[in-house]
Design a protein around this ligand. Structure first.
Ligand SMILES: CC(C)(COP(=O)(O)OP(=O)(O)OC[C@H]1O[C@@H](n2cnc3c(N)ncnc32)[C@H](O)[C@@H]1OP(=O)(O)O)[C@@H](O)C(=O)NCCC(=O)NCCS
Length: 378
């Protein structure tokens, strides 16, 4: 007989610890990083400053920020051996290449097994810088180009775009990419950060925990919707086709990518910044049709808001990446670049008051079966 236990499938609605890092307030659509509203950070801060805030717990002084920024810029290079590994597996999915290369970096990390706060922070800053280099280097290698050396005159977002696309971005584009990275940095107990915490809770090293996070992010229920949104916009092709397209989706019972969220029942607060970015970028690139199509989809989906199905961050980020000329299979990797420092933040927090994460499973299989020797099995 199955014992009666209170089961929380998927750990939904279960609080497993306290956090001071980020707070997702789903019913009113707010996102807070260390007490600051995401809108303030997206509009007024920089990626470097927000990562500092998250890693150290408070906004930096100018001197602290300069030191942190310098450390990030100085950490971008990756060993030649890791570049060779990337070249060997260049045809794999960019997320598979990213997790393999991040894992390989552990072999070149002298402090790999040191799980002290200071060592984890040092390694966390390094791996946050290197993740962007890996994604960019892989893309260059797979299109037959030489990977570009990081440019220390550019900030994290600008340098990533430069290493990826081979051209120094203008200030507006750099700022937009910085915003995108800020809003994707951390998000409460999301599946991949939780997975990273589980690994860290065994006192395994930072690289292992980050690789767990990146592996978990790859799934389409987590990191993959931005790609789907842009595919949808391309399929629609013209804003005159939006109504018919959505009606077809409804008839077939298919979900619309970029809508709905496991926690938000109101508009995802991150979407606003990328919507504006997408609008400005579309005009600048002379391709206003993508913004027009997506705006019409958003308008037509308004009735779904009554059921708590609202626009999410992925709805607008895909069009931003597309307009920047970034191939669709790299969209999740950009999410990962932003989230790696987020994993570091949650790993540090897990280590600070560690408890082994070890929930229970209720066994519902058979009992008391009699073992039959293999030769007697039919
Ligand atoms: C993100 C997501 C998995 C959240 O799921 P959830 O909160 O567990 O909600 P469910 O998938 O159980 O959906 C609840 C109801 O809303 C509907 N719904 C949810 N998202 C929808 C969408 N994008 N389009 C149309 N209907 C949707 C479901 O069909 C379901 O309807 P039903 O009760 O009539 O069966 C889901 O909204 C989704 O798949 N969205 C599209 C992918 C996406 O944009 N993901 C990125 C998230 S940041």
């Amino acid at each position: 007989m199955v014992e009666q236990v209170e089961l929380h499938r998927g750990l939904r609605d279960v609080f497993f610890d306290n956090t001071e890092s980020s707070n997702v307030i789903g019913d009113i659509g707010r996102l807070i990083y260390r007490g600051y509203d995401i809108h303030d950070l997206a509009e007024k801060s920089t990626f470097e400053e927000t990562v500092y805030l998250m890693m150290y717990g408070a906004l930096p002084t100018q001197k602290e920020l300069d030191g942190f920024d310098k450390a990030l810029r100085a950490s971008r290079a990756i060993p030649a051996e890791v570049l060779t590994i990337i070249a060997t597996i260049k045809d794999a999915h960019p997320m598979d290449v990213l997790r393999t290369a991040l894992s390989a970096l552990a072999a070149f990390e002298p402090e790999v097994d040191d799980v002290s706060h200071e060592a984890t922070l040092r390694k966390g800053i390094k791996i946050s810088a290197q993740a962007a280099t890996i994604v960019a280097a892989h893309h260059r290698i797979r299109i037959g180009e030489k990977p570009l050396d990081p440019d220390s005159s550019l900030n994290h977002a600008g340098n990533f775009l430069y290493m990826l696309l081979g051209e120094k971005p203008d200030d507006d584009t750099t700022e937009l990419m910085g915003k995108d990275l800020i809003v994707h940095l951390d998000h409460g107990s999301n599946a991949s950060s939780f997975a990273a915490r589980v690994t860290a809770s065994t006192l395994a090293d930072l690289h292992g925990a980050v690789v767990t996070g990146v592996s978990t992010l790859k799934g389409p229920l987590h990191g993959g919707a931005a790609e789907g949104v842009m595919k949808m916009a391309l399929e629609i092709g013209d804003d005159a086709n939006v109504e018919t397209y959505l009606a077809g989706k409804r008839e077939r019972g298919e979900k619309i990518m970029g809508f709905g969220h496991a926690v938000y029942r109101a508009e995802d607060p991150r979407a606003r910044h990328l919507r504006e970015g997408s609008r400005v970028l579309a005009e600048k690139k002379g391709e206003p049709q993508w913004f027009q199509i997506l705006s019409k989809v958003e308008e037509q989906m308004r009735p779904y808001a009554e059921r708590g199905i609202c626009v999410n961050v992925d709805f607008w980020s895909g069009s931003v990446y597309y307009l920047l000329g970034i191939p669709e299979d790299l969209f999740i990797s950009i999410f990962a670049i932003a989230r790696v420092p987020g994993y570091v933040v949650q790993i540090l927090e897990q280590q600070k008051a560690n408890i082994l994460l070890r929930p229970l499973l209720q066994y519902v299989g058979p009992h008391d079966l009699v073992y039959t020797p293999i030769e007697q099995r039919g």
